[in-house]
Ligand binder design. Structure first.
Ligand code: EPU
Length: 344
């Protein structure tokens, strides 16, 4: 185990924020993780788990041990007439895993192609796109439980997956995800009901084509982090009550919305931000992307404070116009490496 000091995390977070980690270690096995945690305990340091860095907001200095997850490997565990079960290292690149599954005729994840980040982060916020969520295909998640100080396996049911949520979000400092086990289908059951996906797929209703179309749609709307530093959707789509929705739609007839269980309605945050005049607008060097208002972009050398100034201005304008509070999606860390709630 090679613990490094004063490591620049700019290349490891897709928003490209300057962030110096006082201590940093890359880990490739469960044993490495135990050694790293022991070091942190001896030095009385908090631990910050770094995965693909595609959903985090980092401060300029982090006085903690940053543990960079790099556990690799895809291992076939079981197979029957309908499905294959694979155990995947947390450090595998999500998109590469999706491509691998399609190439090996294992289906279900095609709608989730091109989502940035690593496999180990996929259960945390239950990544989702185009009508599919990762949780639908996760069988279990292997973790190190920092409270009980042991490795354990958590079944999908106990992960309590919902929209951009799981138990890993409720208790962010407790579990370190090491492996994720997926159960994928041998016969593709294409999900084409999101937006104009069906139209894009056309006559060629194969998983391979579906995957290609999802890639095309994402490339046409979402900025490539290598070109424009970003963390994907910056805000969650807000869910409001049916009563509030009816009231709001009196003055905003064309508001895109998606009915939810329990008399609730999901509103498109991108649309709200767009309507509030923020599509393509910047404050300093941070702005909302001109092709998709839901994506915040660091155009040049922004610091966390610049990002906060922009997203708070967006929140204020959306609140003023619609009386809706937008909740940021990425996770905010403080100087001591701990996760902080977003405050307005
Ligand atoms: N819209 C606008 N202006 C904009 C952006 C969107 O009017 O600038 C409208 C669109 O016309 C559409 C609606 O808002 O009617 C929804 O937009 P879109 O279909 O692009 O999806 P989204 O709600 O913005 C969500 C996820 C994405 C995911 C897509 C596809 C969230 C927070 N975001 O975006 O996830 O790829 O659906 O499933 O749920 C991510 O989490 O990083 C992410 C990219």
């Amino acid at each position: 185990m090679n613990i490094l000091k004063k490591v620049q995390l700019k290349p490891f977070n897709t928003l490209s924020l300057d962030a110096i980690a006082e201590f940093y270690v890359k880990i490739q096995s469960e044993q490495d993780l135990l050694d790293a945690l022991q070091f942190a305990q001896q030095q009385q340091l908090n631990v910050l788990i770094l995965s693909g860095g595609s959903n985090m907001l980092l401060p300029e200095h982090i006085h903690a041990l940053v543990i960079h997850m790099d556990i690799q490997g895809i291992e076939a565990l079981a197979e029957d007439g309908q499905s294959v079960t694979w155990r995947v290292g947390a450090g595998e690149v999500w998109h590469d895993f999706v491509l691998y599954s399609t190439a090996h005729q294992a289906y279900g994840l095609q709608n989730l192609a091109l989502i940035p980040g690593l496999v180990g982060a996929s259960p945390v916020q239950n990544i989702g796109a185009y009508g599919v969520e990762a949780g639908e295909f996760i069988q279990s998640v292997e973790v190190y439980d920092r409270v009980l100080e042991k490795f354990s396996s958590i079944s999908a049911q106990d992960c309590a997956f919902s929209y951009r949520h799981s138990i890993f979000k409720d208790d962010p400092n407790r579990y370190v995800i090491c492996h994720v086990t997926f159960k994928l289908l041998k016969k593709a059951q294409l999900k084409l009901n999101y937006g104009d996906l069906k139209q894009a797929v056309g006559q060629d209703e194969t998983a391979e084509n579906l995957q290609n179309q999802v890639i095309k749609i994402r490339q046409s709307k979402l900025p490539d982090p290598k070109e424009f530093a970003n963390v994907g959707s910056f805000f969650k789509n807000p869910v409001i009550s049916q009563t509030d929705f009816i009231e709001l739609s009196k003055s905003h007839e064309n508001m895109p919305h998606y009915p939810q269980p329990h008399d609730q309605v999901k509103i498109a945050a991108g649309w709200l931000i767009d309507q509030a005049g923020w599509k393509g607008k910047t404050l300093g060097n941070v702005g909302m992307f001109h092709k998709q208002a839901l994506v915040l972009v660091n155009y040049a050398d922004a610091k966390l404070e610049d990002v906060k100034a922009t997203y708070r201005a967006v929140q204020d304008d959306v609140y003023e116009k619609f009386n809706i509070n937008l909740e940021p999606e990425p996770v905010l860390f403080d100087y001591s490496g701990l996760i902080q709630p977003h405050k307005r």
